[in-house]
Write a protein that binds this ligand. Structure first.
Ligand SMILES: Cc1cc2nc3c(=O)[nH]c(=O)nc-3n(C[C@H](O)[C@H](O)[C@H](O)COP(=O)(O)OP(=O)(O)OC[C@H]3O[C@@H](n4cnc5c(N)ncnc54)[C@H](O)[C@@H]3O)c2cc1C
Ligand SMILES: NC(=O)c1ccc[n+]([C@@H]2O[C@H](COP(=O)([O-])OP(=O)(O)OC[C@H]3O[C@@H](n4cnc5c(N)ncnc54)[C@H](O)[C@@H]3O)[C@@H](O)[C@H]2O)c1
Ligand code: SF4
Ligand code: FES
Length: 803
């Protein structure tokens, strides 16, 4: 049967969740294309607050990585905006001229932040908080400036303010109303919240109406309607959102605040649907993921031709994601008229709880200071169950305190544990018993619970403990390799060695993986571990590698590639430079850039040209894409510098030639400086060398990236040969004991510097590590050369396979 063409506009949370639901029920019905204006694969927008708070990175919050699209045969166009829908021809056009026809079209264009229409809103330093670009802008500003003003004291504004405080800025929240989070909290809870956040260092200006943002080029201060001002050099506008309906409106679909949809998410025009924040159902456009995911489920069934109950709207609950503050709000929480409130206020411990009833039905709740019962109350609100007077009062007791009973234990099977993804206690218990999910990650993989805000993780953990007893304690104390197995990395490696397992599939079969194919986390990890354990016999599985490693180049936003040839020790010559210039001209490179690792990146090469570019360069691969040694940065050293005490360039080149190509758990960067002035920045490298009088100091575990870490002193040696011996042993020890994707900075903290030192300083162990490394090095080949000389690889990788 010919597949129907399904086009999704908007690569965000609601749209991609709908596609996941479609794939789960009818994998082969559609040929799917997703078009997203942002340059990234689908990421968890909710966790941008955590990225801003410095707790995590874009990689960590990616929900569906590039490989997921490829594995599911989804064509993904990023950095493209759909600007036109031809309803009659059933065709869309993007801003770069791509046209695509569709049988079914889903609009999931999300929302746009509301920008106050005041003078100065377009000044430099004024931003919103909606996407990764905004988050990057705030992260960058925090490195240069000190004073931030956040306009809007809602959920978003407060989470932004907390993030900026974490980044070391002075933060003032400017709020129009009398109470913070006025859409979610009553006066009592808002007052407690303000006090708590003030303790954390946040400042507030309430009942302040901003009339102007003033500055020459960049913002300098805010002006308020009462004539007062506030000095600031960063302004974050968080004053609400409006559904993004521009495209739908221009296509003539019926719109109001959002795109009008019926109970099956159908718009006013056949075969066009809307889902997520852009959709308006019964007069409501939602701004939280739980209702959007509910919509996605209904739409997936509808579009796949399955019978479905109609979408009848959602009751919502919210939780603020600021550490140290527990706030929960759900339903109709303001009393008055027939809505009667039941409240407790423990002033000493700063706990406030309120439930609002209509007759015997719970219709709303606000919790401050202790929000453990939040999801349970939310379940009751959703079910509109009758609650007796005794239960009413018992709901306000601190469960788990006096009685010893846990909240989770007392929940009924159909009560919701994960509000974002609508997953009940019963579903999780079933996954534990029937799918043998025994960790929070396992539950996430089996049911999606905890995949969004993560607020339910502690309840899931508790439920696992209650359901599995001792067995959970055993599995909880270890981190599993991935959600396909309950075995830890060490247990898997032991089994590979003891049972002589030689292939990724064999490992999965013999060790009882819960999935037949594994996942994008375990496949590359197993490929690495097997290669490390059996350097001579294991045949690398290219298809288990991430796309950059598979193609030996770095894929860029626009789908072209960056090519970085090796320049040992950052030293080059006119011949190499000429070749790079010729290749750049011939293959229309878009940019030549000197990298931080002292070499040249040739950007903008098309995939099919890569083998020809490598051949014409005739230089080794710089592995700028690899989990292996990247570069050895060097200073000019004693050869030219009057401060130099050692020959840093020769040592750097020797180290790079010795350690290149062989795989490691993550990338490995090195540097050699010839004196303590440290021009090569040896203090922030995985292995850094500093020349001193009479020898070299060796520093380890440094990192100059997201998690900045100064390297620790490993030791001091006299000769360059000793440096090479120590560095090789250290690298091999990391290869053998590191967890796949663990940088040495984290590895060192996990293993303990003293323990690592004890191994590396032991002459016997150092020698053995060097010998084992030698074996691994003996079979390495330059991958570019290998591909150039293989017609099979060239055609498989660069002609047939879609990236
Ligand atoms: C910092 C932050 C924290 C949040 N925290 C929470 C929370 O704790 N709990 C919660 O429930 N919700 C939270 N939310 C809200 C939640 O993230 C959103 O409700 C959800 O992401 C909306 O999903 P969506 O797919 O409708 O829109 P989006 O995720 O915004 O996706 C829409 C996508 O469509 C793209 N697009 C738009 N127009 C076009 C076009 N014409 N062509 C191509 N692409 C287009 C956009 O670039 C965007 O990538 C938070 C939001 C933010 C910003
Ligand atoms: N934890 C969470 O669930 C979470 C976190 C972040 C964002 N979100 C969602 O993201 C969306 C955007 O959040 P938001 O906080 O911007 O929206 P919001 O509408 O909830 O809050 C905006 C706040 O700004 C205030 N405001 C309006 N005009 C103002 C002005 N001129 N000056 C000062 N204050 C003004 C309002 O009184 C309101 O409290 C919402 O849908 C929200 O639910 C949710
Ligand atoms: S690290 Fe020392 S030797 Fe090397 S360039 Fe800097 S000052 Fe000169
Ligand atoms: S409650 Fe948000 S992920 Fe479960």
């Amino acid at each position: 049967m010919e597949k129907r063409r399904l086009v999704l506009v908007g690569n965000g949370m609601a749209g991609v969740k709908t596609i996941e639901e479609i794939l789960a029920i009818s994998k082969d019905q559609f040929e799917i294309t997703i078009i997203g204006e942002e340059p990234h694969p689908n990421y968890n927008r909710i966790l941008l607050s955590k990225v801003l708070q410095g707790d995590t990175t874009l990689d960590d919050i990616t929900l569906n990585d590039w490989d997921w699209y490829e594995e599911n045969n989804i064509q993904l166009l990023t950095n493209e905006k759909v600007i036109y829908i031809d309803r009659e021809e059933k065709m869309i056009t993007t801003n770069v001229g791509t046209t695509l026809t569709y049988d079914e079209l889903i609009l999931a264009t999300g929302s746009k932040p509301f920008i106050l229409p005041i003078p100065g809103a377009d000044l430099e330093g004024v931003t919103t908080f909606r996407d990764m670009k905004d988050t990057d802008e705030m992260l960058a500003a925090s490195k240069k400036y000190r004073k931030a003003a956040v306009i809007g004291g809602g959920l978003l504004g407060l989470e932004a303010a907390r993030g900026l405080l974490n980044l070391g800025m002075d933060v003032t929240v400017v709020h129009l109303g009398e109470n913070l989070m006025d859409r979610q909290l009553d006066e009592a809870a808002a007052t407690l919240l303000k006090k708590e956040l003030e303790k954390q260092g946040m400042r507030f200006l309430l009942q302040k109406n901003t009339t102007e943002i003033v500055g020459q080029k960049r913002v300098e201060f805010l002006k308020f309607s009462d004539g007062e001002t506030l000095m600031c050099d960063l302004v974050v506008m968080a004053v609400g959102i409006k559904p993004n309906i521009d495209l739908a409106k221009s296509a003539g679909l019926k719109t109001n605040r959002g795109i009008i949809v019926n109970d099956f998410l159908e718009t006013s025009f056949p075969n066009i649907y809307a889902v997520g924040e852009c959709a308006e159902h019964n007069g409501i456009a939602y701004g939280l993921v739980a209702p959007l995911f509910e919509q996605g489920k209904v739409l997936a069934k509808k579009i796949s031709g399955y019978e479905t109950t109609p979408y009848k709207g959602s009751v919502v609950s919210t939780q603020l994601k600021v550490s140290g503050v527990e706030v929960f709000s759900a339903g109709d929480f303001i009393e008055g008229g027939e809505r009667k409130a039941l409240k407790v206020f423990d002033e000493q411990d700063g706990i406030y709880k309120k439930m609002v009833f209509v007759g015997k039905k719970l219709v709303g709740a606000v919790l401050f200071g202790d929000s453990k019962e939040g999801n349970r109350l939310f379940s009751m609100i959703k079910k509109q169950a009758d609650i007796s007077d005794t239960v009413k009062v018992s709901l306000l007791q601190p469960i788990g305190g006096d009685s010893g009973e846990s909240v989770v234990a007392s929940m009924a099977s159909d009560e919701i544990i994960c509000g974002c993804n609508g997953v009940s206690k019963g579903t999780i218990v079933q996954a534990i018993h029937e799918q043998e999910c025994t960790s929070v990650d396992g539950i996430k993989a089996c049911t999606s619970a905890s995949r969004s805000c993560g607020g339910c993780k502690s309840m899931i953990s508790e439920l696992l403990e209650i359901t599995l007893g001792d067995q959970f304690v055993a599995t909880a104390s270890k981190e599993t390799l991935c959600s396909c197995t309950d075995l830890s990395r060490d247990e898997v490696l032991d089994a590979i060695r003891n049972k002589k397992l030689m292939h990724t599939r064999e490992v999965m079969n013999v060790l009882g993986w819960s999935t037949s194919e594994g996942c994008s986390k375990c496949r590359p990890a197993l490929n690495y571990y097997l290669g490390m354990i059996y350097p001579l016999d294991y045949e690398d599985e290219n298809e288990s590698r991430y796309v950059n490693e598979r193609l030996h180049a770095n894929i860029q936003k626009d789908g072209s590639f960056g090519v970085v040839p090796r320049m040992y020790g950052g030293v080059t010559n006119s011949d190499q430079l000429r070749k790079i210039a010729d290749v750049a001209d011939k293959y229309n490179a878009k940019l030549l850039k000197i990298t931080g690792g002292q070499r040249i990146d040739i950007f903008g090469i098309e995939k099919e040209d890569l083998p020809k570019v490598w051949e014409e360069l005739d230089m080794p691969s710089g592995y700028a894409y690899g989990k292996t040694l990247r570069t050895v940065k060097t200073c000019v050293g004693e050869t030219f510098c009057r401060f130099g005490t050692q020959d840093s360039m020769s040592l750097g080149i020797a180290l790079e030639k010795r350690l290149e190509r062989v795989g490691s758990p993550h990338k490995f960067k090195m540097a050699v400086s010839a004196c303590p002035r440290n021009c090569a920045e040896s203090g922030i490298k995985d292995f850094g060398v500093v020349g001193v009088e009479g020898g070299f100091e060796m520093y380890v575990g440094g990192n100059g990236g997201t998690h900045l870490r100064a390297a620790d002193l490993l030791g001091k040696v006299k000769t360059a040969d000793e440096v090479i011996e120590y560095a090789s042993a250290y690298f091999q020890y990391y290869r053998e004991t590191g967890i796949y994707l663990e940088r040495t900075s984290k590895w060192l903290e996990r293993m303990g510097l003293d323990n690592i030192k004890a191994v590396i300083e032991n002459p016997k162990q150092r020698k053995e590590l060097n010998e084992r490394l030698e074996v691994a090095l003996s079979v390495q080949q330059d991958p570019w050369k290998k591909i150039i000389h293989s017609e099979k690889l060239k055609s498989e990788l660069f002609e047939k396979v879609k990236v």
